[in-house]
Design a protein around this ligand. Structure first.
Ligand code: ADP
Ligand code: MG
Length: 693
């Protein structure tokens, strides 16, 4: 399969003839086109209309009802600039059937001329009921001769940028569509079986729809022409995923068969037995580790489902097989907590657990690095520091990434590249809706822990207005007096980390005042690592009853005795974040509660988010809602997915097309490799370096 790499000259990335075969364009036009992502003829062909305007016929003013978007033609009977109270231009148009007002709140002198009394105009716009009768606000105005021809097709309206008019875009696109038409990347047999329209016909129709078509089918993108474009886009994504998957299958990784002794020893020492779900995913992981190809498995499990112990057991399989393991976590607090837990679990088995963080003192770091490089360390636990060049493992067999959604694609690749092709286990508590799993994560195998350990009580969620904060403080006091512990999470202040810190410090002071007799701790991102560790240890040991925190405690923190979570300004937080925070409680047997303090008025989005978090505790459902509310781009974050986002298809709405594309991709690769290659080149050229490999 032909893969294009390292091509930086834009025109080289253009598969279907460069701009050069269009009439030469001036540099400013090229720059504007580039802003729209248009660098070649095919890009123009795929610059599809947002909507259409129906200028194919004239509407009698008398028949135009409020809410309709129509074209009318008439004579300007009256035109004046009025101040009521703002300056505006008002013109009255008469077409023999009735009168209509055109109103402009901002206007140029040229528009005033266009609407001079006695001139014949065509207006296009939405009819509303104004003070004086039917009116159009900011209609499009065109001066015409009586009886001038009407266009025969719907007029496409394109996304554009300043300085590039609709008319010039239309002209360029029409030129780009001139023969020879872009070839069809799909073999006719395939198209026929799937009932897909030809590519050339599809783009032609979308740019120049025939008059008998209902614009709604084009706007709602249900028309076969749209289906074809969306299918092609989804197919390209599936093809690249399949190829990435295959490439991985071609690489070699150590066979980690293990003899089961260390695994058995740890299981015997645990105070609990694994849940059925944990056993199942562990078996899946072990099967992968025994294969000579690198595992790339995503372990999904809601917050508190017990992923850490599964990771430890997987690490033991690697160690039993004579290899090292690495565990990486996104924050210092979480990494440290893992380090302590792993030490507690693995040291009694005679294993060496090493801590690697960027904040280590030079000497300690050097010692850790040597232990890793010489193979004395059985497992290294740490933060991003694990990626750094200085870190080299003697024989890394398994790399584990916790809370993988927090890492960028590049960081994950960096760890994988540490010494050969180790097996990779990624863990995430942010469940991935099926549609995303099929696209953005299609090159991963997925295991899911779908049950929580027994004895957990569900967390009750309450929404409380900030005005009732005193009652909440009282509730915290009561809970702590009964021996429970509480988190108090300070608001996220995106604009200013300093302000966020200040708020946490202030809150800590105020709560210490209000909660006399209780020990109130404070943790935030600016503390030194050993200070953070000290605070966490004090909270874990119940020397602190209340922990005031910034969102640094969002991921991974595990203190089972804490059963009350208060989140301030919950309306500012994202769904995944709220779910993660709430997951910090409900880990012990005590009944847990999560209080979401909010400040009114709420935006529609915030209202929707709080409703979701209030109504459900199911991580999958929350993720699905999150995806619906934000769309995949936001949901994944381009940085994290490393993938170009879909332009045309919608994962949820087009799930049937997605299924089809997913089925076709492997067939196309094996039966029509040339078609697969052409298709990828058309859609992905110049982008595939962004794909996960
Ligand atoms: P997460 O999946 O969110 O990372 P953890 O691995 O931190 O969850 O586990 C949450 C808590 O549940 C920990 O205190 C852990 O020791 C405990 N735990 C894990 N598995 C079980 C089990 N099978 N039975 C009882 N408790 C368990
Ligand atoms: Mg965890």
């Amino acid at each position: 399969m032909q893969r294009r790499r390292n091509q930086t000259t834009p025109t080289l990335n253009c598969p279907f003839a460069a701009m050069s075969d269009l009439p030469k364009l001036p540099a400013p036009t090229l720059a504007r086109l580039a802003k729209l992502g248009i660098r070649c003829r095919l890009d123009l062909v795929l610059h599809l209309p947002l909507r259409y305007e129906d200028e194919t016929h004239l509407y009698p003013i008398a028949d135009a009802m409020g809410g309709m978007t129509v074209q009318v033609e008439g004579i300007v009977e009256h035109c004046e600039v009025v101040y009521r109270p703002r300056k505006q231009l008002l013109a009255r148009i008469q077409d023999g059937s009735g009168e209509l007002w055109a109103r402009f709140l901002n206007f140029y002198p040229s528009q005033q001329k266009q609407l001079a009394e006695g001139r014949r105009v065509r207006l296009y716009g939405e009819v509303r009921h104004g003070y004086y009768g039917p009116e159009m606000v900011h209609p499009r105005v065109r001066n015409v001769e009586g009886g001038a021809d009407l266009p025969e097709a719907l007029t496409p309206v394109y996304p554009t940028v300043a300085g590039l008019t609709q008319a010039s875009l239309r002209k360029l696109i029409t030129q780009a569509l001139a023969p020879p038409a872009p070839s069809d990347t799909l073999p006719p047999q395939v198209r026929e079986v799937l009932g897909l329209m030809a590519f050339g016909d599809s783009v032609q129709l979308l740019h120049h729809p025939p008059t008998d078509i209902t614009p709604a089918s084009l706007i709602e993108r249900g028309h076969p022409a749209w289906q074809r474009i969306k299918f092609d886009e989804l197919l390209a994504q599936q093809l690249s995923m399949r190829l990435a998957y295959r490439q991985r299958r071609d690489r070699h990784a150590p066979v980690l068969a293990g003899n089961g002794q260390l695994v058995a020893a740890l299981l015997a020492a645990l105070p609990f037995g694994l849940t059925a779900a944990q056993q199942r995913v562990l078996a899946e992981i072990r099967t992968d580790l025994q294969s000579a190809h690198p595992m790339q498995r995503l372990l999904q499990g809601d917050v508190g489902s017990g992923k850490t112990i599964v990771a430890a057991l997987a690490a033991l399989v690697a160690i039993e097989s004579g290899f090292q393991a690495a565990l990486m976590a996104p924050t210092e607090i979480l990494a440290e907590q893992h380090y302590l837990k792993f030490k507690q679990w693995l040291t009694p088995l005679g294993l060496e657990v090493v801590w690697l963080s960027s904040s280590l003192k030079t000497k300690a770091k050097a010692a850790a690095l040597t232990a890793v490089a010489e193979g004395r360390a059985d497992i290294a636990v740490g933060t991003h520091a694990l990626f750094q060049n200085a870190v080299s493992f003697e024989r890394l067999g398994l790399a584990i990434v916790d809370e993988q959604h927090r890492f960028g694609v590049h960081q994950r690749l960096a760890l994988r590249n540490k010494g050969g092709s180790p097996h990779q286990l990624m863990m995430s508590a942010t469940p991935i809706p099926r549609s995303l799993a099929m696209t953005y994560y299609a090159d991963l195998d997925v295991s899911a822990i779908d049950e929580l350990p027994p004895g957990r009580t569900p967390v009750a969620t309450r929404l409380v207005r900030d005005e009732r904060r005193d009652e909440v403080i009282e509730r915290v006091r009561q809970a702590c007096l009964k021996g429970r512990q509480a988190y108090w999470v300070c608001p996220l202040i995106e604009e200013s980390e300093t302000l966020e810190l200040q708020t946490a410090v202030d809150t800590h002071l105020a709560l210490s005042e209000d909660l006399q007799g209780l020990q109130v701790g404070l943790i935030h991102g600016r503390l030194k690592p050993d200070e953070k560790a000290g605070v966490m240890a004090a909270f874990a040991g119940n020397q602190l009853q209340v922990l005031v925190a910034t969102t640094v405690i969002e991921v991974g923190v595990d203190v089972p005795n804490a059963s009350l979570m208060v989140i301030e300004h919950a309306e500012r937080m994202g769904l995944a974040q709220l779910h993660q925070l709430r997951g910090r409680v409900g880990r012990g047997a005590a009944e847990s509660e999560c209080i979401l303090l909010f400040n009114a008025p709420l935006s529609e989005q915030a209202k929707a988010r709080l409703k979701v978090i209030f109504e459900t505790t199911d991580g999958f459902e929350i993720a699905r809602q999150d995806l619906l509310l934000r769309g995949p781009g936001e949901f994944l974050g381009a940085r994290q997915s490393g993938l170009p986002m879909l332009r045309f298809a919608d994962l949820e709405a087009d799930s049937e097309l997605l299924e089809l594309a997913r089925e076709l991709a492997p067939q196309l690769i094996s039966d029509y490799p040339q078609a697969a290659s052409d298709h990828l080149n058309r859609w992905m050229a110049g982008r595939d370096e962004l794909l996960k490999v």
